[in-house]
Design a protein around this ligand. Structure first.
Ligand SMILES: [Cu+2]
Length: 766
């Protein structure tokens, strides 16, 4: 649409004013100066509890915004910042410390760290045993607030680390969730972010130490990890730069961990406390397959050229994963704010060493200076869309329920960097870390597509590499690993990673453009186009061995074998389930008497939640942490699940915690080779689409979740609880987990309700 210059300027001004007005309301709400009730009275909330569709308030009102971008606000001010004039930044690689078993069976950190040992049971138990809040001298109290326990993990056996001695942690990490340290930005020519604008992690126990880019952790099978996360944000929840909640649970997506370490069991913790997550590196099916750990492919690197065998099914090995905040009802704001990291798991076959020959190692492009986990030619790319306010600070609109879109597509929270590459093969681990934005990536050279190979979906190796010219759509939280061969290019050539997918609404993408169209860019979605520039050069410094150099003249030894793993067969299931994700819009997560959600949701959340889930055709529900929607009665039973998208006006990337499913079909619709029989943990449903997969649970029990990973949908409140029973008599996970209810004073428990349609023990037929 053509608009005279003045009109366009007026509209942008109007949009800006609307944003300021909304921000003012949010501030007043969060400071308790006004209430939702008053907003209703003034006619500023609609009946569904959304901010009224009024000029002067609604930044999405089309009349006000025809000429702006998907954020619904004026474009992020770029100032002098230009694309491809800042170098690529790797995720901040973390260094582990060695843990040892002390006389009490605890995992002791080195004395130099001054950390207390990690224990099977939470320190919350010690706090209770020492008299709780009633004892003013309780040595286990939160040192910042002097109320409640110092560890956020709930007390009692149900939240003790499962199989502690069997997976005793050997590698330790101490990280602090913290305000960002001074002097950091998304681009050298963009303003430094204020301490309250970005919340991310820094090494050690400290505050004001958050580092960009966010962390990368390298794990390996056979070496369980203990990750201690301090919440060192300010205790005052209004010190949040306008969005984000200073309460945290860290979900490790999608590692095979006990529920107490899954970070999504309604176990958020508060400023001043820590939470010990034990990342067990358990290989799935260890209780039923290869129990003697005799198969060489089921293994992890020993650090010295050899392997440590582990029990379990090598076809379940995982590689590219990530971890992110999962505070229910606030996940979108928090992850957007920088509360995420990536985690690579290394195994015998997927070693991260391209030269070591032992008949097990696939020798995928990576490097060779280190025994395992070389990153020289194996690079994590976390793609994340951001928006900035007029002063250049990170901006988020907390009133949206369809989804929030940024207009700057960043890689590792870096705007449009360039990366120097050698003319050889590279592996890229691409994560969609956006809130609501789907992406679709290709590589462009001279505006034509560069072929590449697809090797992993959601961290799971595909049976054989798949040749592609562009990736499929990639929903939020999906991970695609690809191999790009730059050897056909000459020194000086430039190749671009390009986003082809236009999206102007939080509900779903519009359509993919051609490479030529995308490279030219479009006004209606500034994220379409190149986001990363590869410059082919003759020499690069090693990341794994700084100070040494790789040269283009060195003979490359990496390989991409024709077979990467073996197929797990689809078999007749013990039972089937159907889960429908939709927009019922007439249910609430709030208690009708108290008006409160479980756990508490923001004042700004709608009265009726738009996004809902139905199990086996029964009633629609939005999230309540005290309600179990699906119950898995015992491990080992093969089930076939069908996910249905209840509408055509939107799409949802649906994430199942803890286990991967083998994708069987998309109903009558076509299914790409990158999905057919491929293991995944996030499925885009497609508009009005269905997807069916095979799933089998095992090894751990407790409370997990299944939800939409458009985190805005998730927060209002397309999420449900899953209960896994271990079937081990006497184990705390043999029965249903009591719901923990975290508070600053400590955790209390309630008895959950169970939806009958989700509990096979109560279903008599079918
Ligand atoms: Cu969704």
């Amino acid at each position: 649409m053509y608009l005279p210059k003045d009109a366009s300027r007026i509209r942008i001004k109007e949009a800006q004013r609307a944003r300021e007005n909304r921000a003012e309301i949010v501030r007043a709400l969060s400071h308790g100066q006004i209430t939702r009730r008053e907003l209703f009275k003034w006619g500023l909330f609609t009946s569904s509890g959304l901010l009224a569709w009024k000029n002067g308030l609604n930044v999405y009102a089309p009349s006000a915004y025809a000429q702006t971008v998907p954020t619904g606000t004026p474009r992020s001010p770029l100032g002098a910042a230009r694309k491809f004039n800042q170098p690529f930044r790797r995720l901040s690689l973390q260094t582990p410390v060695k843990l040892t078993k002390d006389a009490d069976g605890n995992a002791a950190f080195p004395a130099s760290t001054a950390e207390r040992p990690a224990k099977r049971m939470s320190y919350h138990q010690d706090f209770n045993d020492a008299g709780g809040n009633g004892n003013p001298d309780n040595p286990f109290r939160n040192p910042l607030t002097n109320t409640g326990p110092l560890e956020g993990r709930p007390w009692g056996e149900a939240f003790a680390h499962q199989r502690w001695d069997e997976f005793f942690p050997k590698a330790g990490y101490v990280l602090s969730l913290s305000e960002i340290a001074a002097g950091q930005s998304f681009h050298p020519d963009l303003p430094d972010q204020n301490p309250t604008s970005v919340w991310t992690y820094g090494a050690g126990n400290g505050s004001g130490i958050g580092q960009l880019p966010p962390p990368l952790i390298k794990g390996r099978y056979g070496e369980p990890i203990l990750t201690r996360i301090y919440n060192n944000l300010q205790d005052d929840p209004t010190q949040n730069g306008g969005f984000g909640r200073n309460e945290h649970q860290l979900h490790f997506h999608n590692a095979h961990n006990g529920a107490e370490s899954d970070g999504a069991a309604n176990v958020h913790h508060f400023p001043g406390t820590f939470y010990d997550y034990r990342w067990s590196t358990t290989l799935a099916r260890r209780d039923t397959l290869n129990t003697g750990a005799t198969q060489k492919k089921a293994s992890g690197p020993n650090g010295n050229g050899g392997l440590v065998n582990v029990a379990g099914d090598f076809r379940e090995l995982q590689g590219t994963m990530w971890a992110h905040d999962h505070r229910f009802f606030f996940t979108a704001e928090n992850v957007y704010k920088g509360m995420f990291m990536m985690v690579n798991y290394y195994s015998g076959p997927d070693r991260g060493n391209e030269q070591l020959k032992d008949g097990v190692n696939l020798r995928l492009p990576s490097g060779y200076h280190l025994d395992y986990g070389n990153l020289d030619f194996d690079i994590n790319l976390a793609v994340h869309d951001l928006a900035l306010d007029p002063s250049g600070q990170l901006f988020f609109d907390i009133f949206t329920t369809d989804g929030f879109l940024g207009d700057l597509l960043c890689v590792n929270m870096t705007y449009a960097p360039f990366m120097e590459v050698l003319p050889r093969r590279y592996r890229f681990r691409i994560l969609n870390a956006c809130m609501s934005r789907f992406i679709q990536l290709a590589l462009s050279w001279n505006w034509t597509a560069v072929p590449f190979q697809f090797i992993c979906n959601d961290g799971n190796l595909v049976v054989s590499p798949i040749d592609l010219l562009q990736l499929d759509e990639q929903g939020i939280a999906e991970r695609y690993d690809i191999i790009v061969d730059f050897s056909k290019f000459r020194i000086g050539d430039r190749i671009y990673l390009v986003n082809l997918l236009k999206q102007t609404d939080g509900r779903k993408p519009n359509q993919a453009l051609t490479i030529r169209e995308a490279m030219a860019g479009i006004d209606s979605d500034p994220t379409v186009g190149p986001l990363l520039e590869f410059r082919v050069v003759g020499q690069v410094e090693s990341f794994d061995a700084p100070g040494s150099y790789h040269r283009s003249t060195t003979l490359e030894k990496s390989v991409v074998p024709l077979t990467l793993t073996q197929q797990i067969p689809i078999i007749p299931p013990v039972r089937t389930r159907v889960v429908e994700f939709g927009r019922s819009g007439d249910v609430t997560s709030r208690d009708p008497v108290t008006g409160k959600c479980t756990p508490d949701c923001p004042e700004t959340a709608p009265a009726l939640f738009p996004w809902t889930i139905k199990v086996n055709g029964e009633a629609a529900h939005s999230f309540n942490a005290n309600r179990i929607s699906l119950l898995i009665p015992k491990p080992g039973e093969v089930e076939h699940w069908t996910y249905i998208n209840g509408g055509g006006g939107w799409d949802h990337p649906i994430h199942l915690h803890f286990e991967e499913g083998i994708t069987m079909n998309r109903g009558a619709a076509s299914i790409p080779a990158t999905e057919l029989n491929v293991r995944k943990d996030v499925w885009r449903l497609r508009t009005s689409g269905t997807v069916q997969f095979q799933i089998q649970f095992g090894e751990y029990g407790g409370s997990y979740v299944n939800h939409c990973h458009n985190t805005v949908h998730e927060d209002v409140a397309m999420l449900m609880r899953i209960q896994l029973l271990t079937g081990v008599p006497g184990s705390p996970q043999a029965g249903v987990t009591q719901t923990p209810n975290p508070s600053r004073e400590g955790v209390t428990f309630t008895s959950p309700e169970i939806l009958p349609e989700g509990d096979p023990r109560t279903i008599t037929s079918g």
